[in-house]
Write a protein that binds this ligand. Structure first.
Ligand code: UDP
Length: 281
């Protein structure tokens, strides 16, 4: 399913509908195991900022490449797929995926657990999701627990037996947390969703549709949260890296064509020499 290789990361090109089908299959596998085995499927919703960070962080890159599925969350990844793989792909953002799964949850009988964000935020998001989709939110907890509370948090999640655990502690913190605890979680599907609970709780407004469609949701976030400026400097650096890699790829492709033509010409002239030698004097 991960058919795109973008700057060392294996990324899925599935659209939203296909992604939800793939995730439903992961939940089914987990249910067949009765949620007793640590049969966790980690889903990463990857944006350019995190992929850029992973270039210098082999542990993060390794977690990304061991995930069951990596969705193209940001428009930077969509651009990279076009430039480096010649593919047009659909953005599958964490928040859209979460909402889509919650929409389907009642008819599929899935329960969900929300872990992350400041105290009270996951709870508010849970109430909104219950009201909007009628989803069974079996529990929630904020993302600021102390190390000595970890065992309790894991115990509570496992006791509630969710089909899907949404972890909203921001990337890449949530990716490290999921990976560190993957053997202790009895949940079929765990998805890192960044700051989604802040939006779903109503505390933060998501970018208007026009910004989303133009692929400039990052600009909206920057306007609303200017403190992100330093972090967002990764975006232009990511675009420059993609352009450089695309140029390198094109150069290598042209070089390989040149070498093939040269080899063919050399073969032809060898044949001509042999033919000349065979000709009677
Ligand atoms: N957060 C958390 N625990 C932490 C640090 C952050 O639960 O130790 C939450 C924070 O309250 C916010 C989210 O993680 O809800 C981070 O949001 P951000 O938009 O920065 O994440 P991104 O979407 O960029 O990954």
């Amino acid at each position: 399913m991960a058919d795109l290789d973008i700057l060392g990361a294996k990324i899925s090109s599935l659209d939203m509908v296909e992604t939800v089908c793939a995730l439903a299959a992961y939940i089914d596998v987990g249910r067949q195991q009765n949620k007793t085995l640590p049969l966790l499927h980690h889903i990463v919703t990857l944006n350019a900022e995190i992929l850029y960070k992973a270039q210098d962080d082999s542990r993060l890159m390794d977690i990304i490449n061991r995930a069951a599925l990596v969705t193209p969350d940001g428009s930077g990844i969509v651009l990279a797929a076009r430039e480096l793989c010649g593919r047009e792909i659909e953005r599958v953002t964490g928040i859209d995926l979460m909402q889509e799964l919650c929409r389907r949850a009642p008819s599929c009988g899935w329960s969900v657990y929300l872990l992350g964000a400041a105290p009270g935020v996951a709870e508010a998001a849970a109430h909104n999701l219950i009201e909007q989709y009628g989803v069974n939110v079996c529990g929630w907890h904020d993302g600021y627990f102390k190390p000595d509370e970890l065992a309790w948090v894991l115990g509570e999640i496992n006791a509630k037996k969710p089909d899907i655990l949404f972890v909203g502690m921001g990337a890449p913190k949530q990716e490290f947390w999921i990976d560190e605890n993957r053997d202790r979680l009895r949940v079929p599907l765990v998805i890192g969703v960044g700051g989604c609970f802040d939006v779903l709780s109503g505390n933060l407004k998501r970018a208007p549709l026009a910004f989303q469609r133009l692929g400039i949701e990052w600009l909206w976030r920057l306007l609303k949260e200017p403190w992100r400026f330093k972090r967002m400097m990764a975006l232009p650096k990511f675009v420059l890296l993609v352009k450089r890699e695309a140029r390198k790829k094109r150069r290598l492709a042209a070089e390989s064509v040149r070498q093939n033509v040269a080899r063919k010409n050399a073969d032809e002239s060898k044949k001509d020499v042999k033919k000349d030698k065979k000709l009677p004097q």
